[in-house]
Design a protein around this ligand. Structure first.
Ligand SMILES: NC(=O)c1ccc[n+]([C@@H]2O[C@H](COP(=O)([O-])OP(=O)(O)OC[C@H]3O[C@@H](n4cnc5c(N)ncnc54)[C@H](O)[C@@H]3O)[C@@H](O)[C@H]2O)c1
Length: 251
C-alpha cells in the first residue's frame, strides 16, 4: 500500500508510537487523521477527538474522515497493573475492564468501522489491495508478567485478532498485521522509576536500551510496503523474553 496520497487513521496518534507513525505517514505523503481522546496531533495531521472505547464516539469520528480510508493503525492504549486476587481481596475488576475497553474493545470498535469503509475502496496496485490494518500489540501479548491481567487480556486478544481479521478481510483485499514492542521510550512509560526501567531493559539481549517510537513507525512503513506481510505479529523487542515478575510487580 503506497502511503502517498492515501488516507490513514491512527488512533492515539497524538503521542508516542502513534505520533511517530503519524509523522512517518505524513512524510510519505499520506493524509493523516489522529483519533485521540486528548493532546494535539502532529502538524499536518487532523485531530478528531475520539474515545475509542465508546462505539458512538468512534462512529462519529470515522464519519468525519472524508473519502476512502486505506490505512488504520490501532495505537491508542493505556497501561494498568494489578493482581487478579490477593489475600486482602479480589482484584480490581473495574480497573481491568477499563483497560480492556480501551486497549481491546477500542481497537475492535475502530476496526469494525474503518474496515467496513475500506471494503468499499477501489482496489489498487497489482494485487488489488484495498487497505491495511496495523495493531499495536505488546510482548505482554505473549509473556504477560505477574500483575498484568488487564494489559495481557487486551494485548493477547489483539494479537489473536490479527489473524482473525486477516481471515475476515483478506477476501476484500485488506491485510492485517500486529507489532509487539518491548519497552519503548514514550510518554506512557515516562513516569516509571529509573530502577524499574533498568530492570526491564536487562532482559533485552541486544541492544539493551529502550526502543524508540521511530523504530515502531519504521515497521509500520515496512508493513505497508510489503504485501506479503499479513496475519502475523512482529516482535520489536531486541530479543527480550520477560521473566515472570520484576522486583516491582505489584503485591
Ligand atoms: N511504550 C511502550 O513501552 C509500549 C510497549 C508495547 C506496546 N505499547 C502499546 O503501544 C500503544 C501506544 O503506546 P504509547 O507508548 O505510544 O503510549 P502514549 O501514552 O504515548 O500514547 C497513547 C495515546 O493513546 C491515546 N488514548 C488513550 N486512551 C484513549 C482513548 N480511550 N481513546 C482515544 N485515544 C486514547 C492517548 O491520549 C495517547 O495520545 C499502546 O496501545 C500501548 O499499549 C506500548
Amino acid at each position: 500500500m503506497d502511503p502517498k496520497g492515501a488516507t490513514a487513521i491512527v488512533t492515539g496518534g497524538n503521542s508516542g508510537l502513534g505520533e511517530a507513525t503519524a509523522r512517518s505517514l505524513l512524510a510519505a505523503g499520506a493524509n493523516v487523521y489522529s483519533l485521540d481522546i486528548g493532546g494535539e496531533a502532529p502538524e499536518g495531521a487532523t485531530h478528531i477527538v475520539c474515545d475509542v472505547s465508546d462505539p458512538a464516539s468512534v462512529k462519529a469520528a470515522v464519519a468525519q474522515v472524508e473519502g476512502p480510508v486505506h490505512i488504520l493503525v490501532n495505537s491508542a492504549g493505556i497501561g494498568g497493573m494489578g493482581q487478579i486476587a490477593t489475600a486482602e481481596g479480589p482484584g480490581d475488576v473495574a480497573a481491568i475492564r477499563k483497560v480492556v475497553e480501551v486497549n481491546l474493545l477500542g481497537a475492535i470498535n475502530v476496526t469494525a468501522e474503518v474496515a467496513h469503509r475500506m471494503i468499499g475502496n477501489d482496489p489498487v496496485g497489482e494485487d488489488g489491495e484495498r487497505g491495511v490494518v496495523v495493531n499495536a500489540c505488546s510482548i505482554a501479548s505473549f509473556e504477560g508478567q505477574e500483575g498484568m491481567t488487564a494489559y495481557t487480556a487486551a494485548k493477547a486478544g489483539l494479537a489473536g485478532l490479527t489473524l482473525v481479521w486477516t481471515r475476515d478481510l483478506g477476501k476484500h483485499g485488506i491485510r492485517c498485521m500486529g507489532i509487539a514492542p518491548g519497552f519503548m521510550a514514550t510518554p506512557m512509560v515516562a513516569f516509571l522509576p529509573e530502577a524499574f526501567v533498568a530492570e526491564l531493559l536487562k532482559d533485552a539481549e541486544f541492544p539493551k536500551r529502550a526502543g524508540t517510537a521511530t523504530e515502531f513507525a519504521k515497521i509500520v512503513m515496512t508493513i505497508l510496503e510489503n504485501p506479503l506481510l499479513n496475519g502475523d505479529v512482529i516482535r520489536l523487542d531486541a530479543g527480550t523474553r520477560p521473566p515472570a515478575r520484576t522486583e516491582w510487580s505489584v503485591g
